[in-house]
Design a protein around this ligand. Structure first.
Ligand code: MG
Ligand code: MG
Length: 270
């Protein structure tokens, strides 16, 4: 299928779905602490999504077994929740999707438990900045490559590397629509951005090298060099003055502030 440009009515429905993802991540953020299992966090998310009469967007998608992807440290994305306990010093990336009123929302956030090294603090900050710069470029008249380039330039300038094999995507009635939104690319290349384009922008930034591997579980992606990776994602509508966030980190960041078990980064807008 070609790119599905959305009407304003559809964009409002995607906003609703995306805000529900943000609320779900906020609920989960309140419960992250050493000793909690990733499957417990997943059950909280699933119950919350059902309580809002929505459907977890990931569960059953291509056979994925859970409502959240939880990827820890060297795991990049698509980690399957299970009996693993979160521990002090972990970098915990949580990705969530929901379906309600026939439209999907998709967003991800990376949390850090307890104390983490300055190097990891920088990785988190830079990855979130990559997302914000990308969103600034989700502007009518620019091209897809401007978004991709913004991520790559900022990540590499800071000495980090960009995962190549996994990309952002269009989103709407399907979780993954055209176009693909790579986190690397040439400025001025690719399709021109128009009003009605809604995309999930999701930089996956590695502390070490860019290469990844898939685990034997058929899902979890980790860095080949086993160094940590961070992941932030917003669902974004292309607008005249830059991308408009459909999802929000505002309450997630408040929950981080209030959760004594989590590292508190210097706040970056977005
Ligand atoms: Mg996602
Ligand atoms: Mg996504």
């Amino acid at each position: 299928m070609d790119i599905q440009y959305k009407s304003n009515e559809e964009i409002e429905l995607i906003r609703e779905s995306s805000l529900l993802v943000s609320e779900t991540l906020t609920t989960v953020a309140k419960h992250i602490k050493p000793g909690v299992t990733t499957q417990y966090l997943d059950s909280l998310a699933e119950e919350f999504i059902h309580s809002k009469n929505a459907i977890p967007g990931f569960k059953g998608y291509g056979g994925f077994p859970s409502s959240l992807c939880i990827s820890i440290n060297e795991e990049v994305v698509h980690g399957i929740p299970g009996k693993r306990e979160v521990k002090d010093g972990d970098l915990v990336s949580i990705d969530c999707g929901v379906l309600i009123n026939q439209y999907y929302g998709d967003s991800a956030f990376t949390f850090a438990v307890g104390e983490i090294s300055p190097e990891l603090q920088k990785l988190m900050r830079v990855t979130k900045e990559c997302l914000n710069f990308a969103i600034d470029n989700a502007k009518v008249g620019k091209r897809l490559g401007d978004i991709s380039h913004a991520v790559q330039e900022h990540a590499e300038k800071n000495g980090f590397s960009v995962v190549r094999d996994l990309v952002g995507h269009g989103i709407g009635k399907s979780l993954h629509e055209k176009p693909e939104v790579p986190n690397f690319g040439k400025r001025g290349s690719g399709v021109q951005l128009k009003e009605g384009l809604v995309i999930a922008i999701e930089p996956m930034i590695n502390l070490g090298r860019k290469q990844i591997k898939q685990l034997a579980d058929g899902w979890t992606i980790r860095t080949a060099d086993r160094k940590p990776s961070a992941h932030y994602e917003h669902t974004v509508a292309v607008r005249e003055d830059g991308g408009e966030r459909m999802s929000t980190f505002e309450n997630i960041e408040k929950a981080v502030e209030e959760n004594e078990n989590l590292y508190k980064p210097t706040l970056v807008n977005g």
